[in-house]
Design a binder for this molecule. Sequence first.
Ligand code: SP5
Ligand code: ZN
Length: 351
Amino acid sequence: MKTVYNQHHAGHAATHEFFRGRLVPAFEIPARADYVLKAVQEAALGEVLAPVDHGLAPLERVHAPAYLRFLRGAYAEWRALGGEGDAFPAVWPVRSLRADVEPQSFASRMGLYSMDSGTPLTAGAWEAAYWGAQATLSGLDLALGDERRAYVLTRPPGHHAGADFFGGYCFINNAAVAAEAARDTGLQRVAILDVDYHHGNGTQAIFYERADVFYASLHGDPQTEYPFFLGHADERGAGPGLGFNANEPLPAGSSNEAWFAALERLLGQLQAFAPELLIVSLGVDTYGGDPISHFKLDRPEFAALGERLAAFGAPRTLFLQEGGYATEAIGLNVVAVLQGFERGLEQARSR
Ligand code: SP5
Ligand code: ZN
């Protein structure tokens, strides 16, 4: 399997994030991608390619132009105000406040276009997120071509970012950009399977009323786990999209047996949907050693996940890197999934 590597990720280097009112060392750091690249190369998974620039248009198919404009210029605005280091939002337009008027002040627009204070807006955030989306589109080209599969090694992650907000370490929703671009090439049915520990609230919201992109996620129960305000089992889509969204929230601490049982329930629904492309939001923060998450997967389970996804038999599969914060382990965990997938493909071929 080929990898598209976003080499611009390193410019997005937060030192701290807010947690319980204090600044703690950031979890979503450049070393994450360094470890994955090393593991991909040591495992000889396949060629590692640089992204091809597809421009802004495919990002504008998913994100509000005003949001993208803000994001591109936000760090410069912050510096011009005398801001030093990373920028954080501090005020949000909740329920009875108006979100339909874009205020002038920088602080208010930071809040308008974000969902939490745990996502540092760094000097390199826009470049990293822009090239992450380009890497995603380049991976999609491979998956839609003769390769039929690809892995996009990128950060920041994407699945919490909504049409007009950042959060959960995410700025551009790569899975949504890929799904939309795939639809634009003429594919009729695209499935997104999100196996990150956290519910992908951004991806779900973007496709909630659509029947052409099925979003399925298994994740820590939002009653206790981030992103808290979306990801419940009763969210099944709306309007024409009713029945094309599926959530399997599991209590923190759930067993691997429970996790794989939930995976089977989702794959059953996706099988009936018969997607022409399967996009996997591949977070490996489901790992037992993850510092911010509470599932228990380990290397054998990651390999089994990869094999199971190969057996699923989608005509084309695109793996996108999302979370995973046990920095030194995430490379091996990701490679276990991808090698499991390759092994599964070979087994299917020899049958
Ligand atoms: C893409 C992704 O995985 N985003 C996750 C965002 C989680 N943000 C909340 C992090 C809370 C950190 N908790 C620290 C616990 C330290 N013991
Ligand atoms: Zn996550």
